[in-house]
Design a protein around this ligand. Structure first.
Ligand SMILES: [Zn+2]
Length: 687
């Protein structure tokens, strides 16, 4: 189907060369992105029009498969575009992104809104069970139909117009919401004017506060910014209780200060529009529309899980508060633990109970040794071998490429881009450059892991924290999900699974870091080469359940309020009153505030990202804990071959070709239960 003229740009051409072909990172020119993207869209537009106008009766082959095979040049240039916007986003690239983002979004809408195309998809969907399709073809038909119908492809012309107006208004409101949140993070700050105000603060925090003050032209003062990365450590370490209270109030009132940047009215409108949108699409509430496409299937299932964990988490909070109160009674008699005291006393309890210091752990965690450890564990589980190759182009000279092999045969490529630099997004993530597939020829997956480690001096190893080491295993878990994929159609490959399921393989992969086998081989002291001592490993494991009452309750309170707000339907929501009533109803402990109060709950209001879906984290964690126990209880533990084979066959290789609940059932031999999660967090398990 390729049109020779539109393939003039090397960014659109098929990926050729050694190692089953790879992205032409050496051929990318920022100024070529726009013309290449426009040409790629034009080509897919022509393909889609041809599919929609096909005079032959609709069939899987001429409609669903043809659509699946369309837009290949757009996928290729899109992969390059994604690498540049996330890791090489300088000013010229930002300008291209700003210009192209709405054009790309509009093109997606154009395809979805093509009525003739959807009529054909509907026809194939209606006959999917009788047309002789194999299970994966049936699944692809359902997934494609769902993708279109969930976005309103089946609506009448009038309803489509209303839907477009709603989406447009929602986009504006979301942008305003996040700008207001940012305004209250930048517009309020805790200014410390006296050296005594710094009592208890670690040196790094003091330095940061001094630099922040200097940037604002304040001399001899210190500024604690109203952001999580500044306020949370301040609340943890400041011994000045009145200042903690002041900082806590600034932090928890973001978006809720009245005036021009107040988010309350915006939330009311967003929730009303979402409720209307769900109704148009045929669902009772927005929460029903969201969960319909998830493993949970219904808001009730998600709520039921959250409420099961809620009671024991609350009970655990009572124990944590008692531990803290005992310390406070000694240190500051007459103090009753308030929300601005929680992090502060929790840190004291942590030191007293676990005596675990980050500086003891770090010397054993060398970035490159951990990478070898990830490779080794993946070798044990999936038979993978990773061999670095030097004959492929990279987007930036620090990026390394590894060919992934199983039984001597190449099954994919893994790119590793570990270092921070200007123009790179913060945090760590996995990207997929090319999905595995075989319906239009055998295609191996190409994935990457990206992080922001600061480069060490030449010859020195990079030492990372335990949390960062876990994150490496986590992101590598997403990569393994992509690499293990063994399906026919790219839309069903690898990590293209339900949102409340996708974090399960990655969270599960974190569980191999603390295994004896990995630690004794790869957690080696950077000077002595000695493995991490057993006593230290034991400390890390015991400290694992520390403060789980607090973190579970602050998270669940937000997730429950999110779900209930999106279950309210057309009932207008006044956020302050709604929040207060919901928290009272579930008995929120008075010592804890929601992790995200509604006026600054960007996950759910700065876009649809986690709307009615903040529960995803605990949902995936429930699967993770249960699956981890399957390994822990197997004869070979985390390296048990039959269990690893089931994980591969039922979870890691199947992508979205089967329902997530069914996939888990096949792996575990039963439905997921919450008992393992409770044990994992140190909560009592109901008899
Ligand atoms: Zn993840």
């Amino acid at each position: 189907m390729a049109h020779a003229d539109t393939l003039a740009s090397p960014m659109l051409a098929p990926w050729t060369g050694p190692h089953n072909g790879a992205p032409p990172f050496d051929k990318v020119k920022v100024e070529d992105f726009k013309p290449a993207l426009m040409a790629a869209m034009a080509q897919q537009r022509a393909e889609v029009v041809a599919i929609a106008a096909n005079p032959a009766p609709p069939s899987f082959a001429n409609t669903i498969a043809a659509l699946e095979d369309s837009g290949r040049p757009l996928n290729r240039v899109g992969a390059l575009f994604g690498v540049w916007t996330s890791t090489l986003n300088d000013k010229p690239m930002q300008a291209v992104e700003q210009e192209m983002a709405p054009i790309l979004a509009a093109f997606e809408d154009e395809v979805i809104q093509n009525a003739a195309l959807f009529t054909r998809i509907q026809a194939v969907y209606d006959t999917r069970e009788t047309a002789g399709l194999d299970p994966e073809q049936q699944r692809l038909t359902e997934v494609t139909w769902r993708r279109f119908s969930r976005r309103g492809a089946a609506l009448s012309a009038t309803d489509k117009t209303r839907m477009a107006a709603i989406n447009q208004r929602l986009a504006t409101l979301s942008t305003t919401f996040s700008q207001n949140e940012l305004a209250d993070e930048e517009g309020y700050q805790l200014t410390l004017t006296d050296e005594a105000d710094l009592a208890g603060l670690p040196a790094a925090l003091v330095d940061g506060a001094a630099a922040a003050a200097k940037a604002k032209g304040l001399t001899g003062q210190w500024v604690i910014s109203n952001t999580r990365s500044s306020m949370q450590p301040f609340l943890t370490y400041s011994t000045r209780r009145a200042l903690r209270e002041k900082g806590w109030r600034l932090w928890t009132l973001r978006g809720d200060n009245g005036g021009a940047h107040d988010n309350n009215a915006i939330i009311t409108e967003i929730l009303a529009l979402r409720a209307e949108k769900a109704k148009l699409l045929g669902f009772p509430t927005f929460a029903h529309w969201i969960t319909d496409d998830q493993m949970s299937k219904t808001p009730d299932a998600a709520m039921a899980l959250m409420m099961k964990v809620w009671a024991p988490a609350k009970a655990r909070v009572a124990q944590e508060v008692a531990d803290m109160q005992a310390l406070a009674d000694v240190e500051a008699p007459g103090t009753r633990i308030e929300p601005w005291d929680y992090r502060y006393y929790a840190e004291k309890v942590r030191k007293a109970k676990y005596d675990l210091d980050e500086s003891q752990v770090k010397p054993y965690l060398q970035l490159e040794k951990l990478r070898e450890g990830m490779f080794w564990a993946a070798g044990q589980l999936y038979g993978f071998e990773f061999v670095q190759v030097h004959d492929l182009p990279v987007a930036q000279s620090d990026v390394r490429v590894f060919e992934v092999r199983r039984a001597g045969r190449q099954i994919g490529l893994w790119y590793f881009d570990p270092y921070a630099r200007a123009g790179k997004s913060s945090g760590a993530w996995m990207s997929e450059y090319r999905a595995q597939e075989r319906f239009a020829g055998e295609t191996t997956p190409i994935v990457s892991n990206n992080a922001n480690f600061v480069k060490a001096a030449p010859g020195e190893p990079i030492l990372v924290s335990w949390d960062d080491a876990s994150t490496m295993f986590h992101e590598f878990g997403h990569a393994l999900h992509g690499l293990n994929s063994n399906v026919s159609y790219p839309s069903l490959a690898g990590t293209s699974v339900a949102r409340d399921f996708v974090e399960f393989p990655s969270q599960l992969n974190e569980r191999w870091l603390p295994t004896r086998e990995v630690l004794t081989r790869f957690a080696l002291h950077y000077k002595t080469g000695e493995p991490m001592p057993d006593a230290l490993v034991a400390k890390i494991k015991t400290a694992h359940t520390f403060n789980q009452g607090f973190s579970t309750v602050e998270y669940l309170a937000s997730a429950i309020v999110d779900m209930k707000a999106h279950l309210a339907g057309s009932t207008p929501i006044e956020p302050r009153a709604f929040e207060a009533a919901t928290l009272a109803e579930i008995g929120m402990p008075r010592e804890i505030v929601m992790r995200h109060r509604m006026p600054h709950f960007g996950h759910i209001f700065a876009g649809e990202g986690y709307a009615a879906g903040y529960y995803d984290y605990i949902w995936a964690d429930t699967l993770t804990a249960d699956a981890a126990e399957a390994f822990a209880q197997a004869p070979g533990g985390f390296y048990d071959k039959p269990t690893a084979k089931r994980l591969h066959d039922d979870i890691m290789s199947v992508g979205d070709t089967i329902d997530a609940g069914e996939a888990f059932r096949r792996f575990r031999g039963r439905d997921v239960t919450i008992d393992a999660l409770m044990r994992d967090r140190g909560f009592p398990v109901a008899a």
